[in-house]
Design a protein around this ligand. Structure first.
Ligand code: NAD
Length: 284
C-alpha cells in the first residue's frame, strides 16, 4: 500500500462498528474476526439457522486466541445476532457476504444504501463479480468497494481491496485502513473478474477437479500439492471454499462446468464440501 494511500486512510479512520450481511462460511468468520480485533459487530442473515453456528465458530476462535475467559466473554458480547439488519444504520463499515449472485447482492445494496450513515464504508466480499455490475444498483456508485477476505479468515492475512472505476482514492484508502485496523494485509487491486488471486487460483483448482473427473485419485493430487509446498491440496481447498461458491466463481470467470460432471452433480445434491459435511471428501 502506498504511503499516500496509507495517510489518506488514517485520516479520521475511527472504525468501531461493523455490520456483516450473510452469516455463512465467510460472513460468519469475517464477523468473528472483526469482533476478535475489538470491533462491535452485528451479524445479519435471512436464515437464522446460519447465525447460531457462526457464533459457535466465533466462540471457538476467541477461546483459541485469548487466554482469559473474561476476554472471550467480552468478545462474545461484541458480536450480536441481528437478523433484521438494524445494525447497518449505525455501522462504520458494512460488509456483504451473501451468495455469489449478482441480483441478490444488488437487492441488498439497494436496500441498505438508504439507511447508511454518512461516510460509512460499503463493501462486498464477492469473489468474482465485477464491482461495477453490483454498483449499478446504487444511487451513489462511488461508495461501493470490495473487501475480499480469504478462507479461512482467521488464518489468512490477505484482503484484496477492490477498486471500481467509480471509486475515489479516499474510499479505497479507507477500505485499506480498515483492513489494517483489523490486523489484515491489504492489497489494492482493480475490479476484474476474479480480481488478482482467484484469477490464478481458480484455473488451478479446476484443473485438479478435471483430473479427478478423469479418474485420477483426489488423495494423490492433494498429497502431490502438499509435497510441492502448497499448504492445502486443490481438492481439499475446493471442499473448503464450498462447491457451490467454487462453481459460481468458475462460471463467473468464464469456465464451463457441464451439468453431467461430477462437480455439478455434487452441487445439485447439496454436497457442498466442509460446510455440508460432504463434498469430494467426507468431513464428519
Ligand atoms: P455461504 O453459502 O456459506 O453463505 C451465504 C449466506 O448468505 C447464507 O448463510 C445465506 O443464508 C445468506 N443469504 C443469502 N441471501 C441473503 C440475503 N438476501 N440477506 C441476508 N443473507 C442472505 O457462502 P460463503 O462461502 O460465505 O460466500 C459468501 C460470499 O463470499 C460470496 O460472494 C463468495 O463468493 C464470497 N467468498 C467466498 C469464499 C469462500 O472460500 N467460500 C472466499 C472469499 C469470498
Amino acid at each position: 500500500l502506498s504511503e499516500g494511500l496509507k495517510k489518506q486512510g488514517e485520516k479520521g479512520a475511527g472504525f468501531s462498528r461493523v455490520h456483516v450481511i450473510g452469516a455463512g462460511v465467510m460472513g460468519g468468520d469475517i464477523a468473528a474476526w472483526c469482533a476478535y480485533r475489538g470491533m462491535s459487530v452485528t451479524l445479519q442473515d435471512l436464515d437464522m439457522a446460519r447465525i447460531g453456528p457462526a457464533l459457535e465458530r466465533a466462540e471457538k476462535l476467541f477461546r483459541k486466541r485469548y487466554r482469559k475467559k473474561r476476554e472471550v466473554d467480552a468478545a462474545m458480547l461484541r458480536l450480536v445476532a441481528d437478523p433484521e439488519g438494524k445494525g447497518a444504520a449505525r455501522a462504520d463499515v458494512i460488509i456483504e457476504a451473501v451468495v455469489e449472485k449478482l441480483e441478490v447482492k444488488q437487492e441488498i445494496f439497494r436496500e441498505v444504501e438508504r439507511r447508511l450513515k454518512p461516510g460509512a464504508i460499503l463493501a462486498t466480499n464477492t469473489s468474482s463479480i465485477e464491482l461495477e455490475r453490483i454498483a449499478e444498483a446504487l444511487e451513489d456508485r462511488s461508495r461501493l468497494i470490495g473487501l475480499h477476505f480469504f478462507n479461512p479468515v482467521a488464518q489468512l492475512p490477505l484482503v484484496e481491496v477492490i477498486r471500481s472505476q467509480f471509486n475515489a482514492d479516499e474510499a479505497i484508502a479507507r477500505g485499506a485502513s480498515f483492513a489494517l485496523a483489523i490486523g489484515k494485509s491489504p492489497v489494492v487491486v482493480k475490479s476484474a473478474p476474479g480480481f488478482l488471486v482467484n484469477r490464478v487460483l481458480m484455473p488451478y483448482m479446476l484443473g485438479a477437479v478435471e483430473q479427478v473427473e478423469r479418474g485420477e485419485s483426489k488423495e494423490l493430487l492433494d498429497a502431490a500439492a502438499l509435497a510441492f509446498g502448497m499448504p492445502m491440496g486443490p481438492i481439499e481447498l475446493m471442499d473448503t471454499v464450498g462447491l457451490d461458491v467454487g462453481r459460481s466463481v468458475a462460471m463467473e470467470l468464464g469456465h464451463e462446468v457441464p451439468a453431467e460432471s461430477r462437480f455439478a452433480r455434487l452441487v445439485a445434491e447439496g454436497r457442498l464440501g466442509r460446510k455440508s459435511g460432504e463434498g469430494f471428501y467426507r468431513w464428519d
